[in-house]
Ligand binder design. Structure first.
Ligand SMILES: Cc1cc2nc3c(=O)[nH]c(=O)nc-3n(C[C@H](O)[C@H](O)[C@H](O)COP(=O)(O)O)c2cc1C
Length: 344
């Protein structure tokens, strides 16, 4: 038992959270001008969750190049022009007591609007997706650099932490999965090399005391996908490369096979987070149907996870954190904006 409750503060390096709730990254597909720049939708969406008492907001998958987006309506960080609108969100989130990070990503073969997506190897996701082209070795090296450039811009926008997206079948996941990386250069001989180089490059642009988060699919669900043991070894490699906090998800690499299909039930990925935490002795964020307040509080108290991330629950209720803390007997008033106290 950890003794932690949803309203227990959390600290790692220079990051201090008012409680243990995290808004999981969620693509909004709401960029209107194909320019990747955050607009009023993103501003209201993220800052209202800051008012709602959440400890850490993680801004949706934000991409390192235009053709690295799932769609042209996704956010970008490939230019300094992206910084001001993000900074406005960050500053307002801070004014309401939340900390805020951003998920930096490339969709790889899952980039739907790219004329021809790029990937570690020329293997399509399935027959409904475009055929990707394999990146040359030089292009992979350049890709590492643009992840670093995007990180530099995120730091300039004032984000408190960076999350690298190594999950859900996107580019970094494609590199470390044996099914999608059949390269014969150094990036195919060592499947974690790309991710480890991106981690090192990102850290060059981050302040010493800023923790680096990494989201990973700790296991795959396709027929010949990797299991939790391989997922733990991936986590080990990324931790050694400099990751501070692992955000444990699963799947996204393809259509789940009948026998591996995950059960849709509360905490369906919690045991994966627990397995990583236990094997490597590191702090983790668990995610996946954790929006029942009592279930979430129990997951924290059991010591299976250090933080609770919620995605869809926060689409339904921007005040989920306050309500969950209230329902589980915590000091919810400390999280309610003063102007709203009379509502309670
Ligand atoms: C609308 C939507 C968009 C999402 N976009 C992202 C994303 O940008 N990056 C990511 O890692 N996961 C993304 N996810 C997955 C969520 O972060 C989360 O892992 C998943 O929804 C399970 O958590 P939940 O049961 O609390 O919704 C998205 C989920 C939803 C519902």
């Amino acid at each position: 038992m950890s003794g932690f409750t949803l309203d227990t503060p959390f600290a790692m390096k220079g990051l201090q959270l008012r409680n243990r709730t995290v808004m999981a990254p969620m693509c909004q597909y709401s960029v209107t001008k194909k320019d990747g720049i955050a607009n009023e939708w993103h501003y209201v969406h993220y800052t209202s969750r800051a008012l709602g008492g959440i400890g850490l907001i993680i801004v949706e998958m934000t991409n390192v190049e235009p053709d690295g987006r799932i769609t042209d309506q996704c956010l970008g960080l490939w230019s300094d022009d992206h910084i001001p609108a993000l900074k406005r969100i960050v500053d307002t989130a801070h004014a309401h007591g939340a900390k805020i990070g951003i998920q930096i990503a490339h969709a790889g073969r899952k980039a739907q609007d790219a004329a021809q997506p790029v990937a570690p190897s020329a293997i399509a996701f399935d027959e409904t997706y475009k055929q990707p082209r394999a990146l040359t070795t030089e292009e992979v090296r350049a890709m590492v650099k643009i992840f670093g450039d995007a990180t530099r811009r995120a730091v300039e926008a004032g984000f408190d932490t960076i999350e690298l997206h190594g999950a859900h079948g996107y580019l970094m996941h494609q590199f470390h999965s044996p099914r999608t990386n059949t390269r014969d250069d150094e990036y195919g001989q060592d499947l974690t090399l790309f991710g480890r180089e991106v981690i090192a490059e990102a850290k060059k642009h981050m302040p010493e005391d800023m923790p680096l988060l990494f989201r990973i699919s700790a296991l795959e669900y396709v027929e010949d996908g990797y299991g939790i043991d391989y997922g733990i070894e991936l986590c080990r490699a990324y931790l050694e490369a400099g990751v501070d906090l692992l955000h444990i998800s699963t799947g996204g690499e393809g259509t789940p096979s009948q026998d591996k299909r995950p059960k849709v039930e509360p905490g369906f990925q919690l045991e994966a987070a627990h397995a990583v935490k236990e094997a490597l002795g590191v702090p983790v964020i668990a995610v996946g149907m954790l929006d029942d307040p009592h279930f979430a509080a129990e997951a924290l108290a059991s010591g299976k996870t250090d933080l609770i991330a919620v995605a869809r629950g926060l689409l339904r209720d921007p005040y989920w954190a306050i309500h969950a803390i209230k329902e589980t007997g915590g000091d919810f008033r400390a999280h309610v904006p003063e102007a709203y106290i009379r509502g309670y």
